[in-house]
Design a protein around this ligand. Structure first.
Ligand code: HEM
Length: 130
């Protein structure tokens, strides 16, 4: 197994864990579950997000991709998608007082964003642009 495939595997595993944690935490938030207060539930998402970001940066370096260049417009779109996903995730799960309907809208939009990011990575096409 090449170094590249190891890093891609780590990246894709971190993607799957991020999605699983996001959906599970939102479910627990909706049913006011005390599970949300467990220490590992607060810590693991940060560790996984760091792994996701680090493996993503490693893939950019290994592949010699140039974000913000014309050839890599999918990557530029993906990075903007990641920022929007993080913001929506904060609205959906954040500790500030927000109505449940607003959290639901942010949750659904975050999921749409997540799948567009994954699609951009798999097809190497900038979503809604090509
Ligand atoms: C919600 C966040 C993310 C999702 C859902 C996601 C999803 C994916 C998926 C599914 C792949 C595999 C594509 C394939 O099968 O070839 C991939 C590859 C890649 N990701 Fe991410 N990713 C995320 C965050 C990031 C971040 C933050 C970066 C950079 C800082 C990044 C950089 C890359 C690069 C460069 C590749 C290309 C790997 C290759 O073709 O060799 N990703 N991503």
């Amino acid at each position: 197994m090449s170094y590249h495939s190891v890093v891609v595997t780590v990246h894709v595993l971190a993607v799957a864990v991020a999605l699983g944690l996001f959906v599970t935490r939102f479910y627990w938030l909706c049913c006011h579950s005390p599970a949300l207060q467990q220490r590992w539930v607060k810590v693991l998402p940060h560790i996984n997000d760091t792994l996701l970001l680090a493996s993503g940066i490693a893939l950019i370096v290994i592949n010699r991709f140039y974000p913000f260049s014309a050839q890599e417009s999918w990557l530029t779109a993906k990075l903007f998608g990641v920022i929007i996903y993080i913001l929506l995730g904060h609205i959906a799960l954040g500790r500030r007082q927000r109505s449940l309907s607003l959290r639901w809208v942010a949750f659904i939009l975050a999921l749409v964003c997540f799948f567009l990011i994954a699609q951009a990575a798999i097809t190497k096409l900038a979503f809604l642009m090509e």
